[in-house]
Every structure is written in structure tokens, then in C-alpha cells.
Ligand binder design. Sequence first.
Ligand SMILES: Nc1nc2c(c(=O)[nH]1)N[C@H]1C(S)=C(S)[C@@H](COP(=O)(O)O)O[C@H]1N2
Ligand SMILES: [Mo]
Length: 356
Amino acid sequence: MPSAAGGGGIRVGILEFDGEGNPPFGRPVGEGLHGRLFVDLSALAPGSLITPSDRFYIRTRQPESLPGEAAWAISIRGSGGREDTLSVAELFRMARPAGVHLLECAGNGPHRRFGLMSAASWGGVPLAELLCRVDAPDDGLVRVTGYDPGIGSGPRSRHTASWIFARHELEAAGGFLATEMNGAPLSADHGRPVRLLVPGWYGCVCIKWVFDIAVVPADAKATDQMREFAGRTQQPGRPVQAREFVAARQDLAALPVRVEQWRVGKRTEFQVTGIAWGGNKTTDSLQIRFGRESGFVPVEHHDHTMNATWTLWSHTWKPEFAGRTTIRLRAGDPSILARRMNAGYYDRTVIVPDLT
Ligand SMILES: Nc1nc2c(c(=O)[nH]1)N[C@H]1C(S)=C(S)[C@@H](COP(=O)(O)O)O[C@H]1N2
Ligand SMILES: [Mo]
């Protein structure tokens, strides 16, 4: 990726993003539902666009007690009482490469320096293949359920998590049961032995520790997990029924991850590096703005070749003023859906030093 270095400059330092949280990076913290692992996105470079499994973000660590893998079965229940059961061993035998996909928590944000986002190379079994084994109507609803550390104890406690999908949307997205991440079985915190992955959708739908897949009636109520994430997945109003939920797809988004200060001859300039992800079509015109008062200009270097995972972009910035500056991106093509980005959700602020 071209940089100010191309002109024979010297990297002087980094401008930190202002007003954000300071989470511990790179190691799991906390337990159960509150367990997290945050990723340091500032280190992203062309050679690190696949997140190593032990540094892939975690939102919810493994439940305290899970069945042993030999006893673990996934039941698949169709509409006409048809049922099938798969052992983990069978599922592992059916698994094949599923490509590189990015996952982002819908609750990702500046308080955690946007560290709930990662990309991996996955392996698993398409859900379409499993649903064929039972009677599952094309226009029906399918619920995927997993174990969960859950909340509370006693009779009213809940120790599962589930999401309900329109079957045709789940299959159109290429939803699959993932058994492998980066060429090895999933780690316990990432859902071992099996989790759901729905390419292009938010992480909250990607249920971990899956044990049940069932066709549910058209009037099924939204699950607790769906209600919890309704706002963050841009649901209209507060839907009560699962069928009222719209697909929790991720729009196109772009985020600066690093602002380097360079000295090039007598001048100071800043090299802004960022990522773009989400959406379902590529764009050759990503635009950037430094402060509300300035207009958007095309990002200098961005090779947007795919939507399945993040791509890097970079831009040279020669600020005219010192002080607080908020960086925002947008798609040059206004027909591309980018609701969170356009609402300022991925804005980041730096404080430009006085350069005189
Ligand atoms: N069983 C279960 N699955 C779950 C969750 C959960 O709390 N319980 N959290 C979801 C959310 S909100 C996200 S963002 C992703 C995170 O997956 P990861 O921890 O492997 O990164 O898992 C999803 N699957
Ligand atoms: Mo999430």
C-alpha cells in the first residue's frame, strides 16, 4: 500500500483517537455472558487481514458446562414432524472450506475502540444441505438454538440463545454451521464444536454452541436474543414476531484505524489507514471528510474487491489547522446502503498538533 514513506519521509508518530475507551486488547477478559476479547485494529496491515484464532474477538465466553463432544447432537426438526439428528463427528466429516468472512458485533463502538470485529477463514456445512433432510418450507421460518452461559438461575433462568430466520434469506446469504476457524476446530469461546455463521449479517445472529435447528410456526415470537439486538440491527419499530424482523445484514461501512504522522522534507503530513467492510456490492468511490466544514474527497487508495471481508484503504492528509478533527467516510455512490456510517457511528476524532 503506498504511503508517505514513498516520498522518502520519516514516520514521526501516531495520532491517537480521542474520546474513546481504553479496553485491554488481545486476551480474554471476564467470564460467561460478560466475557470479551477486544481486537486492536490499529495494527491492521495487508499481511494481517485474517485474524489469528486466539486473537479473534469474543463476545460471550463459553458456558461453564457443555455436553462432551461425543454426546453432542444437533437435532434438525422439520415441519411435518420429520426429524433428523447429527452427531458432531458426522458434521465434521461433512465440513468443507467456506471462505473468508468478517464478523462484527452489532454492539461494536468507540468505547471499545471498535475492537469487536475480526475476519477468519471458515469451514463448515451449508444449512441448506441440512434443511433438505427434513420438511422445511421455502417460505418458512427456521430457528437456530445454542447453549449459552445465560442469565440467572432457578426455574426462570435461560441458558440458550437463538435467532429465527426466514429460510430463503438464510440460504440466500449462504448461512452455514461452522466447525472450523483458520483450518482448526473452533476454540471453546468461539462456539466449539459448532456455531452458525451468516455471511454479511451481524455477529448477534451467529449463534454459538448450536444444538437445535427447527422449523417454527409463522407466528413465532422473536427470541430474547432478537429483541436484545433489535435496535442495533436497525429493526423497524419494536417487532414482536420473528417474521417482522428484517435481515440483520451489515451495510457498507468504513473506519479509520490508524493515523500516522510523517515528516516529508519540511512538511508534516498524516497517513490515514482504514478498513471498509459490509454491504453487498463493491464501490470504487469511497470518500473521506476531515471535519464538518470540509467537503468529502475521494479516498486516495482503495482497492475494494470484495464485501465478504474487510479491505484496507489509505489517504494522505495535510491539515490546514491544528485542533480536534473528526474523520468521516461515505460511499461516493449514494445508492449504496450505509446507514450506520452515514449516521456518524464510525466517526473517529484526532487532535492535530500545532505544526507551526
Ligand atoms: N450462544 C450464544 N451465541 C452467540 C452469542 C451469545 O451470547 N450466546 N453472542 C452473539 C454475538 S452478540 C456475537 S457478536 C457473536 C460473537 O462471536 P465470537 O464471540 O465468536 O466473536 O456471537 C453470537 N453468538
Ligand atoms: Mo454481538
